[in-house]
Design a protein around this ligand. Structure first.
Ligand code: SF4
Length: 353
């Protein structure tokens, strides 16, 4: 058995087809075997090559000697009283990452991680406080979907309908793995591009690269402040990619057509909820035709901040709508299971303040 067997779960459909076609040819097997294996991976939910019951037994053994089918291993599953389910996944090398299943009336959204930890240190984010571990591979990213979708099916939660890259890490700082993972989710597992949202705090080259992709993936910008000075206090990356350049990158993304942009705005009491910020927020949203999600801050152990008062959150929403900007209030989910992203990992690493 080769010690560095490739993990088939990290291959895009074209890579997989090429690899498997070469393999079955070399084995003297009919060409349709490659398609059968691909079906087991993307549709059939095989956990191992031994599960691929329409392949001859010796071929299953040889596949196991040649390749891996490794998903992230479940470390902990926590279920919230509101139906949110958080998985903590154990990765090779000792890192752990989180994904969250979030049921709403007509959807089951999976929030996945793209990095173990994060280097960008946004002040409102538990992951940022816990520091950077390492980049995830395409298999570790797409594997969170595969394993979560199975868990959801086995626990009568229905199919995963949407995927958002809003878990741990900045996805556009790991494009090498996230871009193939997007292809695997879309072309492999069949999740429509418009049901996949990449969330960024503003990595401009990544936004430009995403705009070049032909699929209409959605983009969410963690805005959190509509003016430069305040944004720089919350998001250190603002100094590298300033707001005016960021909005220009979003305008270019928007010009590609058919790709909705969302602004995420975490509302922190007396930090970024001054009504004077509504007008500049509305102006930015108009420029890129963004939908604004207003999210009351989910307290984390590292800062004293509190969520904005509900009346202030409603005031933002109402005044944005009067200004012609579509907006919604999103309640943080799973508070009782530390679902503010990064909290479980921080606990595991013993990071407390
Ligand atoms: S909000 Fe995102 S980019 Fe910022 S520290 Fe947290 S994980 Fe990193």
């Amino acid at each position: 058995m080769s010690p560095d067997r490739p993990n088939l779960l990290g291959m895009t459909p074209p890579e997989l087809r090429e690899t498997l076609t070469a393999h079955v040819r070399q084995r003297g097997q009919p060409g349709y075997r490659a398609r059968q294996i691909e079906e087991w991976l993307f549709r059939g939910d095989a956990r191992s090559f031994g599960d691929m019951t329409n392949l001859p037994l010796p071929e299953r053994d040889v596949l196991g000697d040649s390749f891996r089918l490794d998903e992230p291993a479940v470390d902990t599953v926590s279920e919230s009283s509101d139906g949110t389910v958080k998985h903590l996944w154990a990765l090779q090398g000792g890192e752990v990452v989180e994904s969250v299943l979030i049921p709403t009336r007509h959807r089951l959204t999976l929030c996945i991680s793209s990095q173990a930890g994060c280097a960008l240190k946004c002040r409102f984010c538990a992951t940022g406080w816990s520091g950077f571990g390492r980049q995830l591979s395409p298999a570790e990213i797409a594997g969170q979907y595969r394993a979560s979708a199975r868990w959801a099916a086995e626990h009568d939660r229905g199919p995963v309908t949407n995927v958002v890259f809003m878990g741990m890490g900045e996805p556009l700082a790991n494009r090498k793995a996230v871009f193939p993972a997007l292809t695997i989710l879309n072309a492999g597992y069949g999740i429509g591009a418009r049901r996949i949202t990449v969330s960024t705090v503003g990595v401009i080259p990544g936004i430009a690269a995403l705009a070049e992709r032909p699929e209409q993936f959605r983009l969410a910008l963690s805005l959190h402040a509509p003016v430069t000075e305040l944004r720089a206090e919350l998001i250190p990356l603002e100094k590298r990619y300033p707001l005016d350049q960021l909005i220009k990158a979003l305008e270019a993304f928007n010009r590609k057509g058919g790709r909705r942009i969302t602004f995420e705005y975490t509302m922190i009491r007396e930090v970024n909820d001054d009504p004077a910020l509504i007008a500049p927020l509305a102006e930015l949203a108009h420029r890129v035709q963004a939908f604004v999600n207003l999210i009351p801050f989910n307290p984390i152990p590292y800062v004293e901040w509190k969520p904005s008062h509900p009346s202030r959150v409603r005031e933002f929403r109402d005044r944005l709508e009067v200004a012609g900007v579509p907006a919604a209030v999103r309640e943080p989910r799973g508070r009782d299971i530390d679902a503010a992203c990064g909290q479980l990992r921080a606990r595991r690493h013993g990071i407390h303040r």
